[in-house]
Design a protein around this ligand. Sequence first.
Ligand code: MN
Length: 247
Amino acid sequence: MKILVSNDDGYFAPGIGLLAEALRQVGEVTVVAPERDRSGASNSLTLDRPLIVRRAPNGYFSVNGTPTDCVHIAVTGFLEFTPDVVVSGINLGANMGDDTIYSGTVAAAAEGYLLGIPALAVSLTSRTGEHFDSAIGVALQIVERFKRSPFSEPLLLNVNVPDVPPAELRGVEVTRLGRRHTAEPVVRLDTPRGETAYWIGPAGGAADAGPGTDFHAVDHCRVSLTPLRMDLTHNAQLPLVKKRLEQ
Ligand code: MN
């Protein structure tokens, strides 16, 4: 099995190193990841300049672009094979609810999915990263299952793993995305040159976080597994918009 590993925290991040090494038990692993932290890059492609792929001493490839660039370049020309699965992570920090819109971790997996390859985005739901082994174990298990019995259609799985020891995980729950409250206000800063700068504030707390959501599962020490799609059509609003705006 050929596995393409990427992330948005950068090719040097602990989460991607541990993930890549663990996945070698299941298949042939290639790492193509951003040269610096591109968290929050979403599904962006770099179109205004060419990109360089560099080989690090440990064999990982770094790209001076976004997570989406990495997977796009890898699959559409850089690699001499088509990966059987794309695994993005392990992200340091949750990607639940609205986070998935902005997440580069999810975007790297989504790019694989859009190119017809099963993909998973794996995030550890804390900022301290004490129990990467828990997330690694989950990722490994899912990829092994993909290998044993492939799904009949490409799948984009968003996986959030509580940052607790493996023994404290209470199983896996298939969930839908919850929603967050509006983000915290931007932080105003005075620059040394007398200008005002703005630093994007943290995400809001969980708002729609009831049973069945990713927030609820993680809150109860369960691994959250959400199948995602990239079609943004609001199907329920089609009749209303047709009626009001179609001549
Ligand atoms: Mn990140």
